[in-house]
Design a protein around this ligand. Sequence first.
Ligand SMILES: [Zn+2]
Length: 330
Amino acid sequence: MLGDWKKGLTKENLLDALSELFYHDLDSWFNVSTFYCDSCVDAFIKKWPGIYSRDMDFQTNSIPLDTFYEGGRVRELFTKEEFTKLSKHMKCPNCNEFISGHIWPYDMSFDVPDNFENNVNEIASIAERTPFLLLSHPFAQQVYNEIEAFSKTMTPSNLPKPLFRARMYKRNYSYVNEDFLAPEKKIIKEGRYNHAGRQVLYLAEDELTCYYETRSPEEGIMLAKVDVPEKMKILDLMDKDLQDNNIVQAIQYSSLLSSPDEGEGWYKPHYVFTRFVADVAKSVGFEAIRYPSVRFNKGYNIVVLDYEKIKAHVKIIDFKYVPKDNFMSK
Ligand SMILES: [Zn+2]
């Protein structure tokens, strides 16, 4: 009889057996070795907004404990009642709280650098109080060194063709090509990768990303196809050669570069680190940065930092009105 194996076992023995099967199921079902729980998942998402928004595995792997039980081998050796009772005594490997409700099976794809959380907090504090002094922090220096080292391995390359740039649609306005170039210096506010008054050119790699980056306006967008004929040295944050670079991966998926939170008006402390990365990139010879969109999780953007270099050659191929419905049906 299958039930007999439990005879004489203590609760601890049973819990060990359950735990072993549980992790076995986690591995064979999700191909991961660990998970997050209802108690810690919010903190995890806050810490790693880039993982939440971009790694579909993380979003789709969330599973109620009941369902996990039904689909795995745990079920062969424990009744539902036993599982419900015993699993209340299992602890989350991440936060050590007792599990209940859901689990989020997920393995990080990189090793989090030592002391990373502390570093992020200190960086955030400098960004808020004395942003010009960011490079005084050892972690910021490390980021500088990594980007500088990467720069030495890179040669200029072509930007994808075409790229897209949009304006929120205004009725009764006659659009001209210049509307899709960098705005005049005097009206430029600070942005994700530019200081106030600094001309850069933000471009998206596809139309849908462009729409989301324009903040999904009800009135639709005027969408331009753009060709940047120059070869440029591009800091591609998604470059395969950077996949094993724990520092770059960590800053990319953390709130440092992927914060969806943008602050009000001029108060944008979350842009300090991205602008710092833009300064670093420029100072070590990069002319553009390719980065994942935080508004549309499948999208990529390119910001041309060296606008002077391209402004005489950049071509607006054409532009057209695209209503919201065209994007919503996709
Ligand atoms: Zn937890």
